[in-house]
Ligand binder design. Structure first.
Ligand SMILES: Nc1ncnc2c1ncn2[C@@H]1O[C@H](COP(=O)(O)OP(=O)(O)OP(=O)(O)O)[C@@H](O)[C@H]1O
Ligand SMILES: [Mg+2]
Length: 237
């Protein structure tokens, strides 16, 4: 579904991504794990069109999106939940969710309402708080809102950047359960995480990034047993 081939991204003189290649099949959850500064967010931003690679290609459902603008990429069915839960603080929960449908046409009003209902069913807490300003939600609620908003674009594939960041263990569990459910309902997921243990337990396959390169890949269950991964990312258990 998503094929990233040989991308190189620079921030001025910094070579942030070095010949990165990987793929995500339809229906999969694939995780990208790695330490701070490994290049995970840079990879996400290159896929979603916020950064560009001078080499290689990125195709989504057979079509190159390497040079496409971010809103066109969303419209094709590839939505991103950015790092740090960027909700619109001064808008209500419901307004935030409706913003998520911005790439869809006005005559889809009925479908958009049905999707809003679907998001509220998945996150009852958001329904209770639909008139509340998003900036006053707790961290976990903002993360749910951020995911809910991305779902409002009816994505075929979701890019999630560190969904567990800053959440308590119970909320992390809740967010990962939700990721699993969204996937079971037919959305393909690329998950970026520092929480390697959770990411590997929820995903089918994974790639390990280090200083701008992918150094390891495989089935998540195999990586959970891999000595290097254990030592570097799972606290050496
Ligand atoms: N706007 C920028 N200007 C210059 N360098 C940047 C910029 N954004 C990121 N970098 C550098 O690129 C490298 C990769 O950063 P990136 O944000 O992709 O890492 P990451 O894997 O997402 O890390 P984290 O887990 O901390 O979010 C880092 O060395 C970072 O300092
Ligand atoms: Mg990051």
């Amino acid at each position: 579904m998503l094929v990233v081939t040989d991308i190189n991204v620079y921030y001025g003189a910094i070579h942030a991504l070095k010949n990165v290649s990987f793929y995500v099949n339809e229906g999969e959850i694939v995780s990208l794990i790695g330490a701070n500064g490994a290049g995970k967010t840079t990879t996400m931003h290159t896929i979603s069109g916020l950064l560009t690679s001078k080499t290689g290609d990125i195709t989504f459902m057979g079509k190159s999106i390497l040079k496409a603008e971010p809103h066109k990429i969303v419209k094709l069915g590839l939505a991103q939940v950015p790092e740090g839960r960027r909700v619109f603080s001064n808008l209500t929960v419901q307004d935030n969710l409706e913003m998520g449908a911005y790439t869809r046409s006005i005559n889809q009003k009925r479908e958009i309402e049905a999707d809003l209902e679907m998001v509220y069913q998945r996150f009852p807490r958001l329904r209770e708080r639909r008139r509340q300003l998003a900036g006053t939600l707790s961290g976990g609620e903002q993360q749910m809102l951020s995911i809910g908003r991305a779902l409002m674009s009816r994505p075929k594939m979701l890019l999630l950047d560190e969904p567990s960041m800053g959440l308590s263990p119970i909320l992390v569990q809740e967010i990962f359960n939700c990721i699993r459910e969204v996937n079971q309902n037919g959305t393909t997921i690329l998950l970026v995480e520092q929480n390697a243990k959770m990411a590997l337990s929820v995903s089918h396959r994974a790639y390990v990034m280090e200083t701008g390169s992918i150094i390891l890949e495989g089935k998540s269950s195999d990586l959970l047993d891999n000595a290097l991964v254990k030592k570097a990312y799972l606290g050496g258990e």
